[in-house]
Design a protein around this ligand. Structure first.
Ligand code: MTE
Ligand code: HPA
Ligand code: MOS
Length: 753
């Protein structure tokens, strides 16, 4: 397969790529703005809109009373109103939607709304919610073997506690939608969403119209990272309600402050672990209880909680496991999907447990990691049998390729020779399951048109959000059809062309949609080779299409792609194909919590080295060196970009990015001055990614494994590398597992007594 540049790079660098805010608006377009709760929990006593409504240029202020269908936007559970009715449950919860002739007028009006709230107690942490019995749904529990019995037979047993904080998505393009009225009550929504069908479905529900009245169109996203899987919906639905009433186009793009305040983030987790090992450092038993801070409504929390359980043992085999997760209801904005989808939170806990055990036993953490790596035919706690396992291969390949022993010796020497600077190193293996954990979501469709001039248009359910899925879809089409890239165009993602889609998420977009494109193109190719065989009077089995020409026995013929298509038109051969792909094999039985939920796993191992400045508590990441299992990458440039981007995001989550809410539920880290994301100075000085040599996996498109989320979890290694450096400076430091490990916390740890 030929690799190629991202097809968007040309328009990106020229500033010509279109995002929602770039769409030329109709002259009569109106502008929306949300009025949101100024308290985290309370009863709405009164809202006075009179002064706001009286402002010149205000068209209408919408509230729940204007909803013709249901005031309900919940995806998994019906527990979230579009606009609050008589209570508010988080600071930033939408109450009303101001529609005005300009954004400036809408902003002025927002300041003129008076609200009276009778405050109720506010819960901001998962622990407090658990104590008070405040949950989203029933807890879930996975188990394998018998931990109780196994703990009796352990030589070492450790218990501990961990915390990992939330994370702001900080997509460059904030949330937004442009809604345009069509004929007969139909509405077109141009949205920045990972889930066009979710918007279509929920808009139809709220408006009280059939889904066919709502068309959702997506060109591309300026980043989603999970933040637009469910949470692009409310803004799109609000503009749709406004269009339904006003008959004019309505646009709403959130400014950064409003986006930060009103949208959910990665879930903070408070967790407890218990780990038991024998003298040979084998993990005999592992128990974990995860308290997920879900926020004020379910959103995707139950699915994220589930993925935490699926990743609770990372890339290790543990024969006795018992894990449970509580989705704790708090008064924060509903937390949501974020790259890794609960997996990183799960993996941080077992890595912490292993670090705690190593410290207790007095061995290197990596010896425990290495002694427990997953092997072929091992069973995950949820019943799936691991096959084509690359846990050991990536681990040992990383050790050898990057000369771990030399690195370790260098670090020992450095630490002996330096008082105020200490280095640390960690190994971080990953095993990440690919597929939506909810089996019925694993399907996709593609619609491929060959136009009569030979150019091709491809529509899929895939949303381009910077991960370059459109480039991969183009590669599939051009490869199967045997034509040049210039002949293929990726169309926008549109619910009228490709319906009932799952969101672009779970790292599965290229696999699911790519397989559908492959099927559609193969069907077209079948028909076309028959036409070609007749035209050149050859047996159909001898015919292929390559480089825009028909080939016979692999040799170029006189027949061009264009002439073949022209002839197919004359013969009235169908030049369009719609294909449907559903992942085979996978299944999961929630009543037993057992099954085979993943098409395959992605593996890899990262070696992270850091230097801590022990005077100031600041640190530098010297290098992250990775052996990653891409399968057979279909586009190594794009895939390396995904590894580096995900790694940076994982490092940010583990080191710098500290979301802070006040006890009153107000977001304190509400600007980029108070919320630090990795920049060029905090990025690793060096990132080296070496692809693992492997045969690839047939469940992946062209054997090229999903890559979007797994490398984020390499970032977890940074936490433990810093921890090791701290320990090298301060022997009295008692290991704590409280991420992010910000310079402040590092400084405290360095001088802890
Ligand atoms: N890369 C970029 N540049 N922008 C994004 O928003 N989202 C990530 C990942 N990589 C994202 C990204 C997330 S959360 C997922 S699930 C996958 O891409 C989704 O795309 P895929 O399924 O095509 O990998
Ligand atoms: N991953 C990502 N997004 C999802 C999933 C999943 O497993 N399930 C539902 N949305
Ligand atoms: Mo990604 S968190 O599955 O959108």
């Amino acid at each position: 397969m030929k690799t190629m540049h991202n097809i968007d790079s040309y328009t990106h660098v020229r500033g010509e790529s279109l995002f929602v805010d770039d769409i030329i608006t109709r002259q009569d377009t109106l502008f929306g703005l949300v009025f949101d709760a100024p308290k985290a929990h309370g009863k709405i006593k009164s809202v006075n809109y009179r002064k706001a409504e009286a402002l010149e240029g205000i068209v209408k202020i919408f509230t729940y009373e204007d909803i013709i269908g249901e005031n309900q936007i919940g995806g998994i559970l019906p527990d979230e109103p579009l606009w609050a009715e008589d209570e508010v449950h988080f600071w930033g919860q939408p109450i009303a939607f101001i529609v005005a002739e300009s954004e400036t007028i809408a902003k002025k009006a927002r300041q003129l709304i008076d609200i009276e709230i009778e405050e109720l107690p506010v819960i901001t942490t998962a622990k407090e919610a658990k104590t008070k019995g405040s949950f989203i749904n029933a807890p879930r529990s996975f188990s394998l073997g018998n931990t109780e019995e196994a703990f009796n037979n352990c030589d070492y047993m450790l218990e501990g506690e961990t915390f990992s904080n939330g994370q702001e998505h900080l997509y460059l393009e904030t949330q937004g939608c442009y809604a345009i009225p069509q004929e007969n009550g139909s509405i077109k929504l141009i949205s920045s969403t990972q889930g066009p069908t979710a918007i279509q479905k929920i808009a139809a529900r709220v408006l009280g119209v059939p889904m066919h009245k709502i068309e959702v169109d997506v060109t591309r996203l300026g980043g989603g990272f999970g933040g637009k899987e469910d949470q692009a919906t409310p803004w799109a639905v609000m503009t749709a309600v406004a269009v339904q009433h006003l008959g004019k186009p309505v646009k709403y793009i959130l400014n950064r402050h409003d986006d930060l305040r009103m949208t959910g983030k990665r879930h903070p987790y408070s967790s407890f672990f218990k780990i038991g090992l024998n003298k040979e450092l084998k993990i005999i038993a592992f128990e974990a209880e995860f308290l997920q801070n879900s926020g004020a409504a379910a959103d995707l929390s139950p699915a994220i909680a589930e993925r935490t359980l699926f990743h609770a043992t990372n890339s290790y085999f543990v024969p006795n496991v018992k894990t449970s997760v509580y989705s704790c209801k708090t008064n924060l904005p509903p937390n949501t999907a974020f790259r890794g989808f609960g997996g990183p939170q799960g993996m941080f806990v077992i890595e912490s447990a292993i670090a705690a055990a190593a410290d207790h036993i007095g061995v290197d953490k990596r010896l425990i990691q290495e002694a427990n790596l997953l092997a072929e035919n091992d069973e995950f706690s949820y019943g799936q049998i691991a096959t084509q396992v690359e846990a050991e291969s990536t681990w040992f390949s990383a050790k050898n390729t990057f000369k771990l022993e030399t690195l370790e010796q260098e670090i020992i020497a450095f630490n002996e020779n330096n008082e105020l600077f200490k280095k640390g190193i960690s190994l971080m293996p990953i095993a990440f399951g690919i597929s939506f954990t909810n089996t019925p979501m694993n399907h996709a469709r593609a619609l491929v048109h060959i136009y009569q001039d030979g150019s091709v248009g491809v529509s899929t359910g895939a949303v381009e959000m910077g991960q370059s899925v459109n480039t991969k879809m183009l590669q599939v089409a051009q490869d199967i059809l045997g034509i040049s890239a210039a002949k293929v165009k990726l169309e926008t993602t549109n619910t009228t062309r490709v319906a009932n889609t799952s969101p672009s998420a779970a790292s599965s977009t290229a696999d699911l949609n790519g397989k559908a494109v492959q099927m559609a193109c193969n069907a077209l190719l079948d028909r076309l080779t028959k036409v070609a065989a007749e035209m050149i009077e050859e047996d159909v089995t001898t015919i292929t299409i390559q480089n825009d020409r028909v080939h016979i026995h692999g040799k170029e013929s006189k027949l061009s792609w264009e002439d073949l298509i022209a002839q197919a038109m004359l013969e009235r051969v169908a030049l369009s194909e719609n294909a449907h792909y559903a992942t085979p094999i996978i299944n999961f039985d929630k009543t037993k919590e057992k099954g085979h939920p993943f098409a395959y796993h992605v593996y890899g191992t990262a070696i992270t080295t850091v230097t801590v400045d022990c005077m100031r508590g600041i640190y530098e990441i010297d290098a992250v060196k990775i052996v990653h299992d891409f399968g057979k990458s279909m586009n190594i440039g794009i895939d390396l970009g995904q590894v580096e981007g995900a790694l940076a995001q994982g490092i940010g989550w583990m080191t710098l990015e500290e979301i802070a809410y006040g006890n009153d539920g107000r977001l304190l880290s509400n600007a980029l001055s108070t919320y630090k994301v990795p920049d060029i100075f905090s990025a690793p000085r060096m990132i080296e990614t070496v692809p693992l040599e492997t045969a690839g996996n047939d469940m992946a498109i062209f054997k090229s494994k999903a890559v979007g989320e797994p490398p984020l979890m390499y970032g977890i290694g940074t936490y433990f590398a810093i921890q090791q450096a701290v320990k090298a400076f301060n022997k009295k430091y008692k290991l704590k597992f409280h991420a992010p490990f910000t310079p402040e916390k590092v400084l405290m740890a360095l001088y802890e007594k």
